[in-house]
Ligand binder design. Structure first.
Ligand SMILES: [Fe+2]
Ligand SMILES: [Fe+2]
Length: 157
C-alpha cells in the first residue's frame, strides 16, 4: 500500500528525504553491479545488441549514483556504501527480468522522490532527479523491448 502522504508529495522532513535518497543510492549501486556483470555474461547472437545497451546503462547508473550521493551530502547526511542485493542467473531472460523489475522499482521511487523534493521546495534537486528519471525510463524501454514486451504501465506510481 503506497504511502498516500508521500504520493501526494505530502510533508516529509529533510532527514527522511536523505534516508530515502540513501535507499535510491543503494538501488543505483545494485544497478551498476547488475549491468556490469550481465552485460558481459549475456550469451547468444540475439542478445548482443541488448548486451551493448546494458554496458551503457552501467555507465549511466554510475552517473546517477554520483548525482544522488551529491544530494545526500547537500542535505548534510552521509551517502550509504551498501548496494541492494544483486540476483544472478545463467538464463538471459531471467537476467533481463531482474533488471526490468529493478528499473520499475526505481522509476516508482524517483517519481515519488520528485514529489517529495518539490513539497520541500527543493526544486533543483527535483530537477536533477527528473533527469535521472528520463534515463531510467529509457532503461525500462530497452529491457522490455529485449524481452518482447510492452513497458509496464506505471501511471499509478
Ligand atoms: Fe539509475
Ligand atoms: Fe536504470
Amino acid at each position: 500500500m503506497a504511502n498516500q502522504a508521500a504520493k501526494d508529495g505530502g510533508t516529509i522532513s529533510r532527514d527522511r528525504l536523505a534516508e530515502l535518497l540513501n535507499e535510491d543510492l543503494a538501488r543505483e549501486y545494485q544497478a551498476i553491479i547488475a549491468y556490469v556483470v550481465y552485460s558481459q555474461v549475456l550469451k547468444g547472437a540475439e542478445y548482443m545488441s541488448i548486451a551493448e545497451q546494458l554496458e551503457l546503462h552501467a555507465k549511466q547508473e554510475l552517473d546517477h549514483a554520483i548525482t544522488i550521493a551529491r544530494q545526500i551530502d547537500y542535505l548534510g547526511k552521509m551517502p550509504s556504501v551498501t548496494p541492494k542485493p544483486v540476483k544472478t542467473s545463467d538464463k538471459a531472460t531471467e537476467m533481463l527480468r531482474f533488471d526490468l523489475n529493478n528499473e520499475n522499482d526505481t522509476v516508482r521511487n524517483y517519481r515519488e522522490r520528485i514529489r517529495q523534493c518539490e513539497a520541500l521546495g527543493e526544486f533543483a534537486m527535483a530537477e536533477q532527479i527528473r533527469q535521472i528519471l528520463v534515463q531510467e525510463q529509457d532503461h525500462q524501454i530497452d529491457l522490455a523491448t529485449a524481452l518482447g514486451e510492452d513497458v509496464p504501465n506505471m501511471s499509478d506510481a
